[in-house]
Design a protein around this ligand. Structure first.
Ligand SMILES: C[S@@+](CC[C@H](N)C(=O)[O-])C[C@H]1O[C@@H](n2cnc3c(N)ncnc32)[C@H](O)[C@@H]1O
Length: 325
């Protein structure tokens, strides 16, 4: 039995080596996930000699090392646990929280709107608890970097500890500073703002981005979105989009497939934009909807002007004025 398992492990190891990214077997010092029958998810780093314990009983870490992911293991009380490779969602949602954190569904959209890939250089503020930092580091690793700014020392230390636990600190440069002073980096590929007043920092963001770079910000309320949109228009950003991510889960019962009873209603709006280098006539890059609104506003102002002129004319002359547009 043992030689059969060793043979299988050797094959799995070879597959892992060949495809480079896939980890088929657990290794010491790696993060793994133990899933219980009741759906509880335990994240742990495998360390020889250590013991995992929960209300379902204990398991020696040594028993979990060198096993294929997807293996069912048993606690000393006989409860089954499924050994899995942790996902990005698991890392983001299992951190210690000091602040409101970015949800994985929103982080996925931000990674997309920032056009991140391995090797990208991305700036972020504020770091908060580091949930978004985890998603950014995950996307740009191993050759890229995240430069993350945070004004509060206690938040930066909590985020450092979270990133360390998740094994992603090596891809992140933490800056303990207010971004009001600007960013140390120039020519970065992408920049994300997750703080209350992103419109205050748009000039700093524009200066840090490379031509062709990608910008995104997250805010929870519509009035913040309006303020940010006005700021983006004034600061030389184009290709502006406002989006919201709604995810509806389903109960995975083949014979009775139906949506979950509840879902997350609202988290944040995601506003994305691209910096314009040539600031000449930035108005031409407004969306069609925005241009139509501007045109309508100008027309309404002209009508109001004409009406007030007419009202001030003696009544006998009023009928000779041109028709209103
Ligand atoms: C909503 S939290 C960010 C949460 C984070 N994205 C996460 O997923 O864990 C906002 C953070 O911005 C920080 N912040 C506010 N103003 C700042 C500034 N001017 N410069 C740097 N950080 C700032 C706050 O201290 C706070 O930690």
């Amino acid at each position: 039995m043992k030689t059969l398992r060793e043979g299988l492990n050797r094959i799995l190891n070879r597959i892992s080596d060949r495809n480079g990214t896939g980890r088929s077997l657990t290794k010491a010092d790696e993060l793994v996930l133990l899933l219980t029958g009741g759906g509880k998810r335990h994240l742990l780093r495998l360390q020889p000699g250590r013991l995992f314990h929960s209300n379902l009983g204990k398991v020696q870490h040594d028993e979990l090392i060198d096993l294929p992911y997807g293996t069912t293991v048993y606690s000393h009380l006989g409860h089954a646990l499924l050994l899995l490779e942790p996902s990005l969602d698991d890392l983001m949602t299992r951190i210690k929280r000091n602040t409101q954190i970015v949800f994985p569904k929103d982080a996925a959209m931000i990674v997309r709107r920032l056009n991140l890939r391995a090797g990208s250089r991305v700036v972020e503020a504020g770091t908060g608890s580091g949930a978004l930092t985890i998603a950014l580091a995950w996307a740009v690793a191993p050759s890229g970097r995240v430069f993350s700014y945070e004004i509060r020392e206690d938040h930066i230390e909590a985020a450092r500890s979270n990133l360390e636990k998740m094994g992603l600190l090596k891809y992140v440069e933490l800056h303990s500073a207010s971004i009001l002073e600007g960013f140390e980096q120039e020519g970065v590929d992408a920049l994300a703002l997750d703080l209350r007043t992103p419109w205050v920092f748009l000039e700093q963001a524009h200066r840090a981005l490379r031509p062709g770079g990608f910008f995104a910000a997250l805010v929870p309320t519509t009035n913040q979105v309006s303020e940010l949109l006005q700021g983006l228009e004034k600061t030389g950003f184009a290709d502006i989009a406002v989006e919201e991510v709604l995810v509806r889960g389903y109960k995975p019962v083949p014979e009775r497939l139906r949506p979950d009873d509840t879902m997350v209603g609202h988290t944040v709006f995601i506003i994305s934009a691209r910096p314009i280098v040539d600031a000449e006539n930035p108005g031409r890059w407004l969306s069609e909807e925005r241009k139509r609104f501007e045109a309508r506003k100008i027309l309404e102002e002209r009508v109001a002007e004409e009406e007030s002129k007419r009202a001030s004319q003696p009544s006998g002359k009023r009928h000779s004025r041109p028709r209103l547009p």
